[in-house]
Write a protein that binds this ligand. Sequence first.
Ligand code: CDP
Length: 220
Amino acid sequence: MIIVIDGPAGSGKSSTARRIADRLDIEYLDSGALYRTATLIYLKANRDKETFFRLLGQKKISFYYEDQIFHVTVDGQSVTDEIRTAEVTNAVSEVAALPRVRSFVNNLMREVVLDGVYIAEGRDLGTAVFPDAELKFFMSADLEERARRRLKERKEKDPGLTLKEVKQNIAERDQKDSKRQADPLKKADDAIEIDTTNLTFEQQVDKICLEISTVLKETE
Ligand code: CDP
């Protein structure tokens, strides 16, 4: 069974999905982390597409969720922290727009969810990757609020970061993610929209958990 949450950067998908996974004791899948991993490989290939695609085919990418962290390894080496650097964040939407990268990541995800109950989050999961998902959510929040949340989250690891920079990065990524040809960021027609601008973290988690519990009861 798969439950998906899509939405723009900083809308709260990742923290919310992780809390729900812990609360309901289900698996968590962070599709953005996989696009970030592909981006890291792209940067290591010095942005040369031929080298990049060759490396992408050769490298063994593994991932698992543990202790509230989505861990990713490449050829057995952890890249969990490295995929969150500003360099990767600034390049990720460009790499994620490549159709070959999208089908690579989609295959990785579709293989893993064959077993168990998953909550997965991203941009196109309800529309392109798992159109038959049992439950779909689309989280949104206004840009100012999303930038504030993201800054708070990154401040410790990146003390020099400013609200203006975060806002600009988020706005640019939203623009690229929504306008790209291949599987753009878009609310699925059957997704439940959750606007979190004026919700606390606990309120948004409760709201989504309630919907999930109702569906789980119906399918029992
Ligand atoms: O956490 P944050 O919202 O900053 O981004 P993320 O979920 O780590 O995703 C990073 C980037 O990957 C996004 O800006 C998209 O360009 C891309 N992405 C995508 O294209 N499709 C997905 N299903 C998930 C992420």
